[in-house]
Write a protein that binds this ligand. Structure first.
Ligand SMILES: NC(=O)c1ccc[n+]([C@@H]2O[C@H](COP(=O)([O-])OP(=O)(O)OC[C@H]3O[C@@H](n4cnc5c(N)ncnc54)[C@H](OP(=O)(O)O)[C@@H]3O)[C@@H](O)[C@H]2O)c1
Length: 243
């Protein structure tokens, strides 16, 4: 029987590596959502272009996103994210605050809610994986939008897990560590006057301390495949090694 992966933010970075990992698993049909379509010629991949900064399209399309076929396993990975405007509170623009909340919090909330509604009667193995961040529990100057939206999606995931403790749903909020992606580029390009920790982030790149997206994708795939080895909702890929 087929399995289904719904993945957001598949066009680059960690999401692209997760996509490549699951494209190798022939049993998976994949629905992938980002603003950018990769145009890959893969029979088991459906790409959808959507901007989570503007939620009206997602709101309209929500009920059409989840196929009603019978699947052995169904996974939702809310990976799309934005570091937000790297500025201190008092200097933030309203449009960027709205975008951050839409992309990092409301879009994964909408998708998680609609996924549970769509598949509550399905007998498939069902996993929701919301990509959070270590920043969810660690305040960083000038990351107000990012830290707060990541903390909120982690808590939303914990609430959903508690509500569904006796069900066949599993929920994870996963911190991927510090990953060598465009998001880290954006962080290194911040104004040092706004972001006092910028030199630390530049040194991660210079010293080769960033994880590759491929290695993190492998760990996320392992965790989702061996979910019974991971009892807590909040997970950090740095806390385990692949066997
Ligand atoms: N990199 C790190 O060190 C790190 C650390 C902790 C947590 N994370 C989390 O890991 C996840 C992946 O991050 P990454 O580092 O791979 O970032 P990235 O390289 O910037 O990629 C972000 C992905 O999200 C999509 N996305 C961004 N804005 C979007 C929008 N408005 N609508 C729809 N899709 C949008 C992008 O696609 P389009 O541009 O095509 O829309 C892209 O596929 C994020 O949730 C991030 O917060 C990353």
């Amino acid at each position: 029987m087929k399995s289904l992966l719904i993945l957001t933010g598949h066009s680059k970075g960690l999401g692209r590596a997760i996509l490549d990992t699951y494209l190798q698993k022939e049993e998976f049909e994949i629905i992938a959502i980002s603003r950018t379509k990769l145009g890959l010629n893969k029979p088991n991949l459906t790409e959808i272009s959507m901007d989570f900064g503007e939620l009206e399209v997602l709101e309209t399309e929500l009920s059409n996103l989840f196929p009603s076929d019978e699947f052995e396993e169904i996974i939702l990975i809310n990976n799309a994210g934005w570091i937000g405007e790297i500025k201190p509170v008092g200097s933030l623009q309203v449009k960027h605050m709205r975008n951050s909340v839409n992309i990092n919090l409301l879009a994964p909330m909408y998708l998680t809610n609609a996924f549970v509604a769509a598949y509550k009667h399905s007998t498939a193995k069902k996993i929701i994986c919301n990509i959070s961040s270590g920043a969810a529990s660690k305040p960083m100057e000038s990351w107000g939008q990012y830290c707060s939206t990541k903390a909120a999606i982690a808590m939303f995931t914990k609430v959903a897990a508690k509500e569904n403790a006796d069900s066949q749903f599993r929920f994870f909020s996963i911190a991927p560590g510090i990953v060598d992606t465009q998001m880290q580029d954006e962080i290194r390009q911040a104004d040092g006057l706004d972001f006092p920790e910028i030199e630390r982030f530049k040194s991660y790149k210079e010293n080769g301390d960033l994880s590759s997206p491929e290695s993190v994708a492998s760990k996320i795939s392992y965790l989702l495949e061996h979910e019974n080895e991971f009892q807590e909702v909040i997970q950090d890929v740095r806390n385990f090694d692949l066997p």
